[in-house]
Design a protein around this ligand. Structure first.
Ligand code: GZL
Ligand code: ZN
Length: 333
């Protein structure tokens, strides 16, 4: 049986961290592996936060699928803080869940807690973002290829360079709104984008700063870019939310987003696709957040002792304004 005092102490510590947790947090109901005792899988999921439309859609997919498939899901929102994610994973180890899954807020600093999970014989599944850690510490990594996403964004700009020089000064002046510093999507999308635009030396990233994947962050950084540079042609935002914030700043500066300043973003959430269909964004590279079904399927296979691929890629596309208008109605997120 799980040691109730220990679990109670862990639960108190976690709640004092103002972590939001839902699902059945009463581990004492379980068998000695912390499971719900009726053979269902008990999964501990440590989520990054609720920073963007993508993240909330990702959370919904995981929670809805767990419910539909009878997985006993313990869920925490780390509010963007790595120490909260590590605490949550430690609490799942103490609760002896069957499997742990999480999306690492940043790439580094998870080795120790992954070692602890391995020592406790609890398999770990990475979803969405990667870690810089020994791959033997997790069973598989389910998520997008962020470098390819950055390459798709860069390639679109190279293919559309002719009308990207809005101010006609012969250079295509790009400002970049980066995702969370140290996060795999921020690092990889910047890398992929830079690789592709290198093909055209009239395209130059003249400023680049993190907006932390939030709408407000994108707006504030774009305001500062506009104050210091009146020749911006293109904004490359690592996610729709920062692109939507940039639109607010561009309009406040009396400029027309999508025309005076071209905008390229990544995610393809509903609000982004709506702005794209209105021509305020020029191109969106999709990053699929609906990882719930694949995650629960992988967890079942891992617990059945089946071999799973070390890397499972998600299917995703990219959209122009015309294409967005066609698909907007039946988008799931
Ligand atoms: C990408 C995901 C990123 C999204 C952002 O898979 O990690 O984090 O692009 C989200 O919207 O905040
Ligand atoms: Zn120009």
């Amino acid at each position: 049986m799980v040691n109730k005092t220990l679990v109670a102490a862990a639960a108190i510590t976690l709640s004092s961290l103002a972590l939001t947790s839902c699902g059945d947090s009463d581990a004492s109901s379980g068998t000695d592996n912390g499971g719900s005792g009726d053979g269902a899988i008990t999964m501990g999921f440590a989520q990054v936060g609720a920073e963007s439309g993508w993240r909330t859609a990702n959370t919904k997919s995981i929670q809805d699928t767990a419910k539909a498939e009878g997985v006993d899901l313990k869920f925490t929102d780390a509010q963007g803080k790595q120490e909260n994610q590590i605490q949550a994973i430690r609490s799942y180890i103490q609760q002896k869940v069957d499997v742990i899954a999480f999306s690492p807020v940043v790439e580094t600093g998870f080795d120790a807690v992954l070692q602890e999970a391995k020592a406790a014989n609890i398999p770990v599944i990475l979803t969405d973002r990667a870690v810089d850690a020994d791959p033997s510490l997790y069973k598989t990594f389910l998520g997008s290829d962020f470098v390819v996403e950055g390459e798709k964004a860069g390639q679109w700009l190279v293919d559309n360079a002719a009308d990207a020089d809005a101010n006609g000064d012969g250079t295509i002046n790009v400002v970049q709104l980066e995702g969370t510093t140290g996060a795999a999507p921020a690092i990889d999308r910047a890398e992929g984008f830079a690789d592709k635009i290198a093909a055209d030396d009239s395209i130059e990233v003249t400023a680049s700063q993190t907006g932390d994947f939030t709408r407000d962050g994108g707006k504030q950084v774009m305001e500062s870019f506009l104050q210091s540079d009146d020749s911006i042609d293109v904004v490359f935002a690592h996610n729709d939310d920062m692109g939507l914030g940039a639109i607010e700043a561009i309009e406040a500066a009396g400029l027309e987003p999508g025309k005076d300043v071209k905008i390229i973003t990544i995610d393809a959430v509903k609000d982004g696709m709506t702005a794209l269909s209105e021509g305020k964004i020029n191109y969106i590279v999709e990053c699929n957040p609906l990882l719930g079904p694949q995650l629960m399927d992988l967890a079942q296979k891992v617990l059945d002792g089946e071999e799973v691929p070390a890397r499972v890629l998600t299917e995703e596309s990219a959209f122009t304004p015309e294409q967005a208008a066609e698909v907007l109605a039946d988008r799931q997120y």
